[in-house]
Design a protein around this ligand. Structure first.
Ligand SMILES: [Zn+2]
Length: 263
């Protein structure tokens, strides 16, 4: 279903020769423009002209890759499914409006025809010519609108149905895009978490290394057990160095108390 719509919108936007491009272009992966040209049997310039026209309406997108040997860029193209469907939806809305206008005009106005010249005129104009053909002098006849109205109404229904199908496809594409975005965000979050984990690990390593350097202990390498032992030791050291300080201040206080008593 979607392929038919894409084909239609591409042909609408860039003309009949562009129609075959949809068979080669994909909505998933980018295709080399030289391959596209070869497959649709047009020159590279003709092919590019079509692709540029389509990209003006954002119906296709491209990436470029540099040829390392030749030093020039080659473009790769793909169809933007959602943008194309939205474009088609707009075209169909316009068509529906036009058909509605035609139906209103046929229902509210009288039309006249010259059967010999196959000319059709609205009432005001027919009145201007006094209901006589300017070309052959034949008297105008009233145009029967019944068949025409029937055709117009049938066309209106068909176009409306198509629009709802296109809108369905748009919803599907939007859902797909959302799922893709969710997937990408999840991946990004995972990458970020991994990065922070690595940074933390690196910081820890650096800290341990500086502690080892301070204590003058021989390096124990990256083994986590080795690090643990060093941490314990340095903790112990801290406690040991604090104790005498406390004792000192306690002794000091005692001295002061004793001195007060003496007085
Ligand atoms: Zn005539």
């Amino acid at each position: 279903m979607i392929d038919t719509f894409l084909k239609e919108v591409i042909a609408y936007a860039a003309g009949k020769p562009a129609e075959n491009i949809t068979d080669i272009l994909s909505v998933k992966k980018y295709v080399n423009e030289f391959l596209i040209a070869k497959k649709i049997g047009l020159t590279i310039n003709q092919t590019r002209n079509i692709l540029y026209k389509l990209s003006d309406s954002s119906l296709v997108s491209s990436i470029r890759k540099k040829d390392k040997k030749k030093g020039w860029y080659t473009y790769f193209w793909k169809i933007e499914a959602l943008k194309s469907l939205e474009f088609l939806s707009q075209v169909l809305l316009k068509q529906i409006e036009q058909i509605n206008n035609q139906i209103n005009s046929r229902e509210s106005k009288q039309f006249y025809i010259c059967e010999r010249c196959n000319i059709e005129l609205a009432e005001e104009k027919a009145l201007l010519y006094n209901f006589t053909c300017n070309e052959c002098g034949e008297v105008f006849k009233i145009k029967e609108n019944i068949k025409l109205l029937k055709d117009l109404k049938r066309n209106l229904e068909r176009t409306k149905n198509k629009l709802s199908l296109v809108n369905n496809e748009i919803e599907k594409e939007k859902e797909k895009a959302e799922k893709q975005k969710f997937k990408e965000n999840k991946k990004l979050d995972k990458e970020k978490a991994e990065e922070t984990r690595k940074k933390r690990a690196a910081n820890k390593k650096l800290k341990n290394k500086s502690q080892r350097d301070d204590s003058g202990e021989p390096s124990r390498g990256d083994h986590p057990k080795g690090r643990k032992i060093i941490n314990k030791k340095s903790k112990k050291k801290k406690v040991v160095s604090k104790k005498p300080k406390k004792n000192k201040s306690a002794k000091h206080k005692l001295k002061i108390i004793k001195a007060k008593k003496r007085r």
